[in-house]
Design a protein around this ligand. Structure first.
Ligand code: PQQ
Length: 235
């Protein structure tokens, strides 16, 4: 069986190769090469992913066998939906709706689900159903892509500030807040995977779940990248 350090090394190597920071759409985003229409399409379609994150986390929550684990994991639902004592405006979903407004999309449009691409629906369904049906270890391991998300978000914030000055700055708040949350969440998930993957088979299943999630994020961006153009003349 691999040591914890070896398992982490394999996860990081796999992510280096397969995480969506290498996807051509993200590379074009970082170079400033996306049109307004493409950036808006990404924001609208990624909202479909965002709004399902607390759903998949609630499915994972239901699998956790102790109150300590549930008390910790439930924080992820609140991070997106807003704290239980508030009205939801302090949550990630609200910040993403503001990101939508910052790129010129009405929140009603995002909330309606109109314009979400079939491939994106399929990828998001795939993630939710994976977390519903897989073992607790695999469901938690699939969230480990977040080991890579904070660095990607830092690159994204810098790229948007530099190349897309037409986006209202307030919109970047989602990513600014998420960098810290993603670091904390991925560290927690890694600790759990190390604690639960105590056989070679368990370690392989954790790696496979992580690879599946990398592929799913890649497929989501493929759908966004190859979507039919709505208005060829748009700037
Ligand atoms: O913008 C991104 O590139 C990105 C990637 C990921 C990821 O790696 O799954 C997440 C997020 N963002 C994100 O905002 C988020 O809340 C999130 C939750 C999770 C998860 O699997 O539990 N991944 C991600």
């Amino acid at each position: 069986m691999a040591t914890q350090a070896e398992l982490e090394e394999r996860l990081r190597t796999l992510g280096e190769e397969r995480y969506h920071h290498r996807h051509p759409f993200n590379l074009r985003m970082h170079e400033g090469a996306l049109t307004r229409e493409e950036l808006r399409r990404w924001v609208l379609n990624r909202f479909h992913y965002q709004r399902h994150i607390p759903v998949k986390d609630a499915l994972i929550l239901a699998k956790l066998g102790t109150r300590e684990l549930r008390r910790s994991w439930i924080r992820r639902v609140h991070d997106h939906d807003g704290s239980p004592d508030g009205d939801g405006t302090d949550g990630g979903i609200e910040r993403w709706l503001r990101l939508g407004e910052a790129v010129g999309l009405d929140r009603e449009l995002l909330l309606s689900g109109e314009g979400v691409l079939p491939g994106v629906r399929l990828a998001v369904d795939g993630y939710v159903n994976f977390c519903r049906n897989a073992s607790t270890l695999e469901a938690v391991a699939s969230s480990l892509t977040e080991l890579f998300a904070p660095d990607l978000m830092a690159t994204r914030i810098a790229a948007w500030e530099r190349h897309y000055p037409w986006v209202e700055r307030e919109g970047l708040r989602y990513f600014q807040v998420r960098v810290g949350q993603g670091r904390r969440d991925s560290e927690e998930a890694l600790r759990l995977v190390h604690a639960w993957a105590r056989t070679p088979g368990g370690q392989e299943r954790a790696l496979a779940a992580f690879a599946f999630k990398c592929d799913l994020l890649w497929a989501l961006l493929d759908a966004v990248e190859h979507a039919p153009k709505e208005s060829p003349d748009a700037p």
